[in-house]
Design a protein around this ligand. Structure first.
Ligand code: GTP
Ligand code: MG
Length: 583
């Protein structure tokens, strides 16, 4: 018989059946002697699945957060694109004008690269690791200049932080001059000179050799190298003095004058410039002088700027979950979102490897999507998959909380988001465990919720570690915490026998007094943290949690003057909510 001593007995009957189902499904234990990564050939599939999961977790853990999709290193190249177009060597020819003037056009400018914060995006997954700007068009005969390239806009979600990776960091791609030096390695002096000239100059057919001996070419070459040196100096100076750092929290607004006349040209913002395209090459008319009336050379387009940027996405969720591994954070998120948030649940530490954001939708009377089905059990993902498979084999329709969700499209009066974060352990702030990368994303949450395992020996010790890690990462961050959710309360109270229930209540009281004594001063303006016992797995006592969270979010939004919650048609909502209650 299941134990639900801490909660009223009204729900025991339906839950007993679910427990029976859960027990009926054999879960192969993970043998201690099986090394991770080496599943024995004759084991059944679910065991292999478990081993695979464990291997993946171990691998992810070793990466120390480097593979989070909210961390990305991007190099922006102008090697062959983003570069200006080549200039052209040509002479005007016309009837009765056999030796016309030089007429090669200049190359077009290479495309600049911009970064644009975009509200509807949520991940950095769409951004390529190597980005090439658009190349400028080449110049052509009859003084036709090449086309300037279109700018390239990299769209990133709001909350992205962009940093330039400094010189000397191994993750940094070589800049345009370093790349050229690398390509010249192993060549002798004359070969180097030849290659450098090939990279910079274009010659009229069969005049390459003779151009080298002309004074006008030597002067032009000297001037080109002087300009290049100046460009390199200015770029390095900029890198040192003002490396790129963008904290893109807000979308760029289009400023349109209210009284602009009809037909006025309107430009959308492109975003922030991070790399300029190269200038176009010069056509041969540019080198016309008193000493050289027939310049037979032109310059190639300059390469665009090459920079390496680190993108980091701070996840924006109203509430962030903070808890040790296995405290039940993912189970709770699934229960609060009615199973819509697909956060993996398993009985080993570090199941959640990336933060997962779920949306909690609340109706006017405080019901939320997860509370519609009173009998819902949120179990480990493997077990749920097995059950779904069995249901499919029996030919039964798939059941699930998502089927009831459609009512909330109209009944919803308030919504907020929750980030289920990976487990925090001692020294996470020093990059132990899954490291800091997700702690960074908690910075932006409006409020934090501690999740502790009430059935554990000392949930209060967990709280101290969690608070310590938050403050070690950023002093004062623990002030955002508003609630302690004591999860797995169903494991206490020993099948309803009075002695065990009294013990469970005493433990809860101990936790409450610990929070009141040791955690109260941490709260903002002497605020006390709320303590709520719940069972995420069996969706018990969650309405209270949702009510409190709604209050925190509302307060924080009011303080920030943030988004106004969606208001429903007041005539529609009560009728629908009544329908939900009736079902
Ligand atoms: N009995 C009981 N078990 C629970 C409850 N909540 C979670 N569990 C179990 O606790 C284990 C861990 O749950 P998760 O939701 O994966 O825990 P987590 O905090 O997300 O863990 P990490 O992702 O590793 O940080 C699973 O076996 C869950 O089934 C609960 O309320 N009651
Ligand atoms: Mg988890």
């Amino acid at each position: 018989m299941p134990r639900f001593g801490l909660f009223p007995p009204t729900r025991i009957a339906p839950l007993q059946n679910k427990f029976a189902v859960a027990r009926a499904i054999p879960v192969p234990p993970l043998p201690a002697d099986v090394p991770p990564g080496l599943p024995p050939p004759d084991q059944d599939e679910s065991l292999q699945d478990r081993l695979r999961r464990r291997r993946r977790t171990e691998w992810k853990r070793r990466q120390r957060g480097q593979t989070f999709l909210d961390n990305l290193i991007v190099s922006i190249h102008g090697e062959c694109a983003g570069s200006g177009g080549d200039g052209c060597v040509a002479f005007h020819r016309e009837k009765f004008v056999p030796n016309g003037p030089p007429s090669g056009g200049n190359g077009g400018r290479g495309g600049d690269v911009y970064i644009m914060p975009t509200p509807h995006l949520t991940t950095l997954s769409g951004i390529a690791k190597r980005i090439r700007g658009n190349p400028g068009g080449n110049g052509q005969g009859t003084w036709q200049n090449g086309r300037n390239a279109e700018p390239l806009v990299i769209r990133v979600p709001l909350g992205t932080v962009v940093r330039e990776i400094p010189r000397g960091d191994t993750r940094r791609a070589p800049d345009e001059w370093e790349a050229e030096q690398e390509s010249l390695e192993g060549l002798n002096a004359s070969e180097r000179l030849q290659k450098m000239r090939d990279n910079r100059w274009l010659h009229y057919p069969r005049f390459g050799e003779s151009n080298m001996t002309r004074d006008s070419f030597k002067d032009a070459e000297q001037m080109l190298y002087a300009q290049e040196r100046e460009r390199r100096y200015l770029q390095r100076q900029r890198e040192k003095e003002s490396p790129i750092y963008l904290d893109l929290d807000k979308a760029l607004e289009t400023t349109r004058a209210v009284d602009a006349p009809l037909g006025a040209r309107h430009r959308e913002p492109l975003g922030y410039l991070v790399a300029s395209g190269g200038n176009g090459g010069l056509g041969n008319p540019h080198f016309l002088s008193q000493n050289d009336r027939t310049p037979r050379f032109a310059t190639r387009g300059h390469p665009g700027q090459r920079i390496t940027l680190a993108f980091e996405l701070k996840i924006l969720a109203d509430i962030g979950f903070v808890g040790m591994p296995n405290a039940g954070k993912s189970t709770l998120l699934r229960a609060l979102t009615g199973g819509r948030a697909k956060s993996e649940v398993a009985s080993y530490a570090f199941t959640t490897l990336n933060p997962v954001v779920g949306i909690v939708r609340v109706a006017q009377d405080g019901t939320f999507e997860g509370s519609l089905q009173s009998e819902q059990l949120y179990d480990e993902t493997v077990l749920e998959e097995q059950r779904a498979q069995e249901r499919l084999e029996r030919g039964e329709p798939p059941s699930g909380p998502s089927r009831t969700g459609h009512r909330f499209d109209l009944a919803e009066t308030f919504r907020f988001t929750i980030a289920d974060n990976p487990g925090l352990i001692s020294n996470s702030s020093e990059n132990v465990g899954l490291g800091q990368s997700f702690l960074r994303s908690m910075e932006r949450s409006l409020a934090l919720a501690y999740i502790v395992d009430l059935s554990g020996p000392a949930p209060w010790d967990e709280l101290l570690v969690l608070r310590g890690e938050l403050d070690k990462y950023q002093l004062g961050m623990s002030r955002k915490a508003r609630i302690v959710i004591a999860n797995k309360a169903d494991l206490l109270g020993g099948e309803g026998d009075p002695h065990a229930v009294a013990e469970a209540k005493a433990k809860l009281r101990q936790l409450e007094s610990f929070v009141a004594e040791h955690m109260a001063s941490v709260g903002d303006e002497g605020r006390k943290l709320d303590v709520v016992p719940v069972s995420a797995k069996h969706s018990q006592n969650l309405t209270k949690v949702v009510g409190l969270m709604r209050q925190y979010v509302q307060e924080a939004r009011d303080r920030l003057g943030g988004p106004v919650p969606k208001q429903l048609n007041v005539f529609e909502a009560p009728r629908l909510i009544a329908g939900v209650e009736a079902s």
